[in-house]
Design a protein around this ligand. Structure first.
Ligand code: PXP
Length: 240
């Protein structure tokens, strides 16, 4: 069964919407998610600190019992934070200040050398690295050459596709990428935009090791509670 890593960034988004309050706390959300059965907790410490703060990552490092996954840009500042905090996995993502959320995978054709250096620095200090990339065979080949422990396949284009044809085409790219990465024996995570409906499409794609899901779970948690929201997603993943 694939694992579920729950991204709690958007608990912090709600907190930061009122700068003077200290709630809701992403730390509490992470504890409940783990108690509900989540296999890992994900946070993205962005350059602009729009949601998760360094205090959150440090506290999570202490309390997360499963696996702490730090999403970050490949920059000297963030490499310093990762080396200091020692998460269980770093996921390298592209970052633009104006984007609402991560808009696509890291382009390894453009950034191969700098990303390779970051992967090397982190992995030689004992932190495994995953690279968030689009479902594209050339990107996967480069990730393999860079020697990254894992890739995370960007599922956002599939999830956001507006027509059945576009959805079908986007999903075919995911399937081809997963099969290719599996032949290369790289660990395979998948995420972005996944919700309680789109996750069902992944039935039979058992090569995926872990799903990284945030917005849909936190949105549902606002209405039904964190424990129920996580358990409902876990039940769907179990069916895959
Ligand atoms: N994976 C990566 C690399 C991401 O950047 C994000 C968003 O922070 C997610 C997964 C989770 O996406 P969503 O919040 O849409 O589930």
């Amino acid at each position: 069964m694939a694992r579920l890593a729950v991204n709690v960034d958007h608990v912090a988004t709600l907190r930061q919407a009122r700068e003077l309050v200290a709630y809701p706390d992403p730390i509490a959300a992470a504890i409940i998610a783990e108690l509900a059965g989540a296999d890992g907790i994900v946070v993205h410490l962005r350059e602009d600190r729009r949601h998760i703060q360094e205090r959150d990552v440090r506290l999570l490092r202490d309390i997360v019992k499963t696996k702490l996954i730090l999403e970050m840009a490949s920059t000297p500042e963030m490499i310093g934070v990762a080396l200091d905090i020692q998460p269980d996995l770093v996921t390298l993502v592209p970052e633009k200040r104006k984007e609402l959320t991560t808009e696509g995978g890291l382009d390894l054709i453009v950034n191969e050398n700098s990303v390779a250096e970051t992967v090397d620095t982190l992995q030689s200090s004992g932190i495994p690295v995953s690279i968030f990339i689009d479902p594209d065979l050339d990107q996967i080949k480069l990730a393999h050459q860079i020697n990254t422990t894992m890739i995370e396949i960007h599922t956002g284009t599939f999830c956001d596709a507006k027509t059945p044809l576009l959805k079908k085409q986007a999903f075919e790219k995911i399937v081809d990428s997963v099969k290719f990465a599996s032949r290369l024996k790289i660990g395979i995570n998948a995420g972005h935009g996944l919700c309680y409906n789109t996750i069902k499409k992944f039935k039979g794609l058992t090569e995926i090791d872990e799903f990284s899901i945030g917005h849909s779970i936190i949105s549902r948690a606002v209405l039904v509670g964190m424990e129920k929201a996580v358990k409902e997603m876990l039940a769907l993943i179990k069916e895959l």
